[in-house]
Write a protein that binds this ligand. Structure first.
Ligand code: C2E
Ligand code: MG
Ligand code: MG
Ligand code: MG
Length: 288
């Protein structure tokens, strides 16, 4: 027993562990100050129609860390969720996206664009989530139809009744609801019928395998036709190759997002791209 305790004590002073612990605390402190230090930035990735014409964008957060450089969301959103900092960050994302929609109202190349934001489970489960979103949009003064809220199956399944209530309220207020990463969760197709989504985003993993796995191609086809039956828009995520794009067109997909059409970029870079992309030849972004 003494030997065991000794080992545990030794483990506690393990320098590698100690270092990992310190790094986590440093990250948490840095994350806590990142908003006031204006270190967050929204990048925007275009979503296009079959002609390559931009329909809207998805806002994707980046953290410009003073010494570590640009940090992707996968490296700090989990920590933000564990520490509840996600509520503050989520509010910043919501406000920044609304302000961008407002700024684009005066830009003839951008005014038609919708912005989709990723909502975290911790934000969505708040009792006043609907009120928070509505108040923010009202205060900034934008059309709710321009804002898309991306939710995932897993966050809806935490409490389906509560989720449906909130979703119906959001729909009644004019917001557009999108189901992100579809196919990676566990919900059955019949569940989907009860959930008032406007849009399904087919996860990148299916798009990748569809070109060489005929069963996955069939599944993509099933999701697209199911979306059409339910009156939901369907977007293919993570389209990287012309081959994937052509297959998706055959499967009757009408909206696309992925590196083939554009990587996530700053608002300024996006404006430049749109100004230099005539509507009629938007297909120039992915020559056939
Ligand atoms: P997501 O919402 O599914 O976003 C799509 C991710 O796929 C983005 O990664 C995007 O850059 C990447 N992507 C887009 N097209 C392609 C492609 O053709 N190939 C490949 N390999 N990847 C592609 P990103 O920006 O690193 O974001 C990762 C995840 O972090 C997002 O997945 C979302 O779940 C989360 N996230 C991003 N921004 C926010 C935010 O503001 N709030 C919250 N709560 N989560 C966010
Ligand atoms: Mg998303
Ligand atoms: Mg996704
Ligand atoms: Mg994802």
């Amino acid at each position: 027993e003494a030997k065991k305790a000794g080992r545990n004590t030794l483990r506690f002073f393990d320098p590698a562990m100690q270092k990992a612990l310190e790094e986590r605390v440093d990250m948490e402190n840095a994350l806590r100050q990142a908003i006031t230090k204006q270190q967050f930035q929204l990048f925007y990735q275009i979503q296009v129609d079959t002609q390559g014409y931009p329909l809207g964008v998805e806002a994707l957060i980046r953290w410009r860390h003073p010494s570590k450089g640009m940090i992707p969301p996968s490296d700090f959103i989990p920590l933000a969720e564990e520490t509840n900092l996600i509520e503050m960050i989520g509010q910043w994302v919501l406000e920044t996206a609304c302000l961008q929609i407002k700024a684009w109202a005066d830009c003839s190349f951008c005014q038609h664009l919708t912005i989709a934001i990723n909502v975290s489970a911790q934000q969505f489960k708040l009792n006043n989530f609907v009120e928070i979103v509505q108040k923010t949009v009202e205060r900034i003064g934008i059309d709710p139809a321009k804002l898309k809220l991306e939710l995932t199956e897993s966050m809806v399944l935490i409490n389906v009744e509560d989720a449906i209530t909130k979703m119906k309220q959001l729909r009644a207020l004019g917001f557009y609801l999108s189901l992100d990463d579809f196919g990676t969760g566990y919900s059955s197709l019949s569940y989907l019928k009860q959930l008032p989504f406007n849009q399904i985003k087919i996860d990148r993993s299916f798009i990748v395998s569809a070109t060489f796995d005929s069963i996955d191609a069939f599944l993509v086809h099933v999701v697209i036709s199911m979306g059409q039956k339910f009156g939901m828009d369907v977007v293919a995520e993570g389209v990287e190759t012309q081959e994937q794009f052509e297959l998706l067109e055959i499967l009757d997909c009408k909206a696309f997002q992925g590196y083939l059409f554009g990587k996530p970029m700053s608002g300024g870079d996006l404006e430049n791209l749109l100004v230099n992309t005539p509507k009629s030849s938007a297909t120039a972004t992915h020559p056939a």
